[in-house]
Design a protein around this ligand. Structure first.
Ligand code: UTP
Length: 295
């Protein structure tokens, strides 16, 4: 039995998917390197994890994903050039990105068999402690990072904490949907979980939204490699098997999510992140207004 309240030190970033919705852009380039405003998706989620106190970063990678690890590596030529040109802001931005020795771990998912399978691939690196999962193609925009909000809930509740967001009734079939129990303020007891429920059968409109704090017992179920919705090994199916045995708390995220794995979500996120950028924000807002007037 693990301690349901041990600190959250490790995070898994599953990046082994094929990104088929973004073809041909993702034929050779990882989807997680697509840029929102001035940085790739993977950097946005890495920064969110760091803000939440994560110390060890585990990437579950696959074929043609080397660029992701390069992004967090020491780049001596680039640093020397920036230094000699006096570009101190850029130099700082580049240095802030380096993951210190012994803190970045890479494991491989040989075939993209589903999110649950990707997470299982990191089981030996997690060992017997709770951990976070961040899906890089979902950006969570809020005053406080989503994972940080979740860690403060976890520090009170322990167990498993899942970020939630309300979705329209007629779109529930696209998501993992929870069956809610006691619901107060930003917390919802999770009594059940169903991945992509058939239309008209969803137990609520509360959808799982790409951020998880999980106990290591989830690996016991993932290791059965059972296929679920879309014939993929789903993370939610294994989580569902632990409900009732361990605490499961849903946290309504104070902010908004952007599904950057879809083209519309990606474009929306670029406009929103651009509009809040201190350097180009005003220009983007004026541009959007002018465009809206013409459409
Ligand atoms: P998605 O289902 O959104 O990514 O998974 P995908 O399969 O790459 O995208 P499409 O549907 O073909 O366009 C969410 C995250 O989980 C990773 C993906 O890389 C993405 O970051 N993932 C998904 C894996 O690592 N392995 C998998 O088998 C599936």
């Amino acid at each position: 039995m693990t301690q349901f309240k041990s600190p959250i030190r490790k995070a898994i970033f599953p990046v082994a998917g094929l990104g088929t919705r973004f073809l041909p852009a993702t034929k050779a380039m990882p989807k997680e390197m697509l840029t929102i405003n001035d940085r790739p998706l993977i950097q946005h989620v890495f920064e969110e994890a760091k803000e939440a106190g994560i110390e060890e970063f585990i990437f579950v990678t696959g074929r043609q994903k080397e660029m992701l690890e390069e992004h967090f590596d020491y780049q001596p030529e680039l640093e020397q050039t920036l230094e000699s040109r006096g570009k101190t802001d850029m130099l700082k931005a580049v240095r802030d990105l380096e993951i210190p020795a012994g803190k970045l771990f890479l494991t491989r998912q040989p075939k993209p068999l589903g999110l649950g399978h990707a997470i299982w691939c990191a089981s030996k690196l997690i060992g017997n402690e709770p951990f976070a999962v961040l899906l890089p193609d979902v950006l969570m925009r809020g005053k406080t990072g989503c994972l940080k909000q979740m860690v403060s809930v976890y520090n009170e509740t322990g167990g498993n904490v899942i970020a939630l967001e309300e979705v329209p009734e007629d779109e529930t079939y696209k998501y993992g949907i929870i069956e809610p129990g006691h619901d107060s303020q930003n917390r919802v007891e999770i009594k059940g979980l169903v991945e992509k429920p058939k239309k008209g059968t969803a137990p609520s409109r509360l959808s799982v939204v790409g951020r998880y704090i999980l106990q290591p017992e989830v690996f016991d179920h993932l290791s059965a490699f059972e296929r679920g919705a879309g014939n993929e090994i789903q993370l939610t199916d294994s989580m569902a098997k632990l409900i009732g045995k361990q605490p499961f708390t849903g946290m309504r995220f104070d902010g908004k999510s952007y599904d950057c794995g879809s083209r519309t979500g990606f474009i929306e996120a670029n406009l929103v992140y651009g509009a809040h950028d201190p350097e180009i924000g005003e220009h983007i807002k004026a541009m959007v207004k002018a465009m809206a007037a013409q459409l």
